[in-house]
Design a protein around this ligand. Structure first.
Ligand SMILES: Nc1ncnc2c1ncn2[C@@H]1O[C@H](COP(=O)(O)OP(=O)(O)O)[C@@H](O)[C@H]1O
Ligand SMILES: [Mg+2]
Length: 253
């Protein structure tokens, strides 16, 4: 299938004032199971938003419906002014959506370097080289294990690799699915340092899914709280941070 404007890489309205991402009344699920019951949210260019919620609230399904891993059952996804609802994941990758999936989904038998380069397969070679340099600056530990099997890495190293692979797609919108899950605090701190550096550089919008609300509210500007596939609370990080009782009430499983 061709992309809308007849170009292999088309980022419509990148410089415009419109949202980077606009999700309207999005419905998605698995077969007969409806998980998302009409999600509406938007993310501005360079904005960093959080999606919080208890286990099973639908956070992963939301990111998967945006990245094309799950086909929406209703509603729309608009990226920089272009409707991309229902496009397959590889086209959304080309359109600028970088996804760090829940569970990382690395190619366990491929090397670290090959995993990174898989991310860049639709990026021009010169740009891929720049991106690889940047990823290795952000995650120096990966540089010393480029030839190792991804499956042999520790959990933290695998999360860095999944992060790096998503960056290799040269995203304008980065979707991060619970990067902190299962990792030691020191590893989480270094992952979030890398995220902060990226955010400070600008040029990318971020949707950060976290069960750890305190951690997420330290880096995001706004957040949405999901419960049973619906947005039940939304506000600035400051507002939500000041109302931790309310947020906690929705995060309890
Ligand atoms: N592949 C799948 N097949 C069927 N049901 C699923 C699948 N993935 C998730 N679900 C169900 O969808 C609901 C939302 O899951 P999920 O989006 O993973 O929530 P969260 O990321 O907030 O924990 C849960 O009830 C879960 O059991
Ligand atoms: Mg999840």
């Amino acid at each position: 299938m061709k992309l809308g404007r007849g170009s292999a890489v088309s980022r419509v309205d990148d410089t415009g004032a419109g949202p980077a991402l606009e999700v309207t009344d999005l419905q998605a699920g698995y077969g007969a199971l409806r998980v998302l019951h009409g999600i509406t949210l938007s993310v501005a260019p360079n904005e960093v938003v959080g999606v919080l919620g208890a286990n099973g609230a639908g956070k992963t399904t939301l990111l998967r419906a945006i990245s094309g891993a799950v086909r929406p059952q209703g509603g729309s996804v608009v990226l920089h002014g272009r409707t991309v609802t229902g496009m397959p994941d590889y086209e959304l990758t080309r359109a600028g959506v970088g996804h760090v999936p829940s569970g990382r989904e690395l190619f366990a038998d491929l090397s670290v370097d090959d995993n990174l380069m898989m991310g860049a397969h639709s990026v021009p070679a010169a740009r891929a080289g720049e991106l690889r340099d940047r990823v290795l600056e952000l995650f120096p530990a990966l540089g010393s294990m480029l030839d190792r099997r991804a499956g042999a890495l520790s959990g933290g190293e695998q999360q860095m690799l999944a992060f790096g692979r998503a960056l290799m797609t040269d995203p304008s919108l980065l979707l991060l699915d619970e990067p902190s899950t299962g990792l030691a605090p020191a590893i989480v701190a270094s992952l979030f340092d890398a995220l902060r550096q990226l955010i400070a550089e600008g040029g990318m919008s971020v949707v950060l899914v976290e069960q750890n609300a305190g951690l997420a509210l330290e880096v995001v500007e706004r957040a949405f709280v999901l419960r049973q596939g619906r947005i039940v609370l939304a506000g600035t990080a400051a507002d939500l941070g000041n109302d931790t009782q309310l947020v906690d009430a929705y995060l309890g499983a």
